[in-house]
Design a protein around this ligand. Structure first.
Ligand SMILES: *Cc1c(COP(=O)(O)O)cnc(C)c1O
Length: 366
């Protein structure tokens, strides 16, 4: 049996007529740039997250970039983030001329460790950027407290965590700004690149909207240097359809996670830890073992899709050598990069496929 890590064709088949209709509507009205579907989706998404407003942009990366600009991040500033994340979390900091300060993670959740954040604060720190990795929120109470005590802003990288909750608060709504990605493999995926910023910070709404359109306000008058980063009308139309199904898809992911938790629990594997106050949306179901590379090969040999998120922490990336970090500066992240493996968890995964995944993993340890 072949089990892909993610199969989006099944999702499409289930909602094909609605998606096709939404797409055709845009093709007919031809308002491809900032058509009415963009604002409609922004309103729906803001309501879904429970934030005052949402701004659609071209990608999750651009959402982070624009949110950091709204925090006033500039050359010479420092931004504290996790060393165990997708590259975008760090790249946007550098692109503004600021310095990423990479801190270590918690071994159970792979999220930013608040004690390490505290140690990393300096008088140059302008923003703390927690990443809600794999779909589970970071320890926001402690992170927000550190931020408040030091007069630092918080940008949540919630790219993997739409709909996740921390003590009844939705991911993206706890810091000053929350950033989402609609990259196709995220829980709410577009048919291409797309992203969004949510916030309650009304003073910055106009600024961020102008940044996504070259910094113009009004059109052809530029007070700032911005980007070409609007959310495509076609993507907004597709996302509006899909948003209605998001909670039900998340529940299906959680059922798959519960199944794995139960059927893999007796193996010498580290399973995901969902903290009691968290609602994990399982963008990834990530297991860990010191025999990771062998297990990876075993799964591949049995046609099971799996992937390593992430094989090299950010502090160890070639482009960040200049910052002078070494693996010895980190207790957890380098080991996590050697041990983690993500297995199929998507909502449309069938029972026989889940069973096969468990069977193949169990056979590996026998
Ligand atoms: C996907 C992702 C991003 C970037 O999103 P894009 O839409 O691909 O630009 C940023 N941070 C994290 C943690 C992500 O997983």
């Amino acid at each position: 049996m072949e089990v892909p890590l993610l199969d989006l064709t099944r999702q499409y088949k289930g909602i094909k007529s609605e998606i096709d209709q939404a797409v055709h509507k845009v093709l007919e009205h031809t308002r491809f740039i900032m058509g009415p579907e963009v604002e409609q989706f922004e309103e729906q998404a803001a309501r879904y997250c429970g934030s005052k407003y949402a701004i659609g942009v071209a990608s999750g990366t651009d959402a982070l970039l624009i949110a950091l600009r709204a925090c006033g991040v500039k050359a010479g500033d420092e931004v504290i983030t996790s060393t165990f994340s997708f590259f975008a979390s760090a790249g946007v900091i550098s692109r503004l001329g600021a310095t990423p300060v990479f801190v270590d993670i918690d071994p159970d959740t792979y999220n930013l460790k608040p004690e390490e954040v505290k140690k990393a604060v300096s008088d140059k720190t302008r923003v703390i950027m927690p990443v809600h990795i794999f779909g589970q929120c970071a320890d926001m109470d402690q992170i927000l407290q550190i931020a408040r005590e030091n007069n630092i802003m918080v940008v949540e990288d919630a790219a993997q965590a739409i709909g996740a909750k921390y003590k009844e608060e939705k991911a993206g709504t706890m810091g000053d700004f929350g950033c989402f990605s609609f990259f196709p493999s995220k829980n709410l995926g577009a048919a291409g690149d797309a992203g969004m910023i949510v916030s309650d910070y009304m003073d910055k709404q106009t600024f961020m909207k102008s940044l996504r359109d070259h910094g113009a306000h009004p059109k052809y008058y530029h007070s700032y240097i911005g980007y070409n980063s609007r959310l495509d009308t076609l993507q907004a139309a597709i996302l509006s359809v899909k948003l209605k199904y998001l909670d039900q898809w998340t529940e299906a992911r959680r059922k798959n996670a519960a199944f794995y938790n139960d059927t893999l629990k007796d193996l010498p594997l580290k399973l995901p830890v969902e903290l009691e106050h968290n609602y994990h949306i399982y963008n990834q179901y990530t297991i860990a073992t010191d025999r990771r590379d062998e297990l990876l090969k075993h799964l591949q040999d049995h046609d099971i899709g799996c992937a390593i998120y992430y094989p090299l922490p950010l502090h160890a990336q070639e482009c960040y050598k200049y910052l002078g970090y070494t693996d010895d500066d980190y207790e957890v992240a380098p080991g996590a990069s050697r041990e983690v493996l993500s297995i199929p968890i998507y909502p449309d995964l069938r029972d026989d496929e889940r069973n096969y995944v468990v069977e193949v993993i169990t056979a590996f340890f026998k």
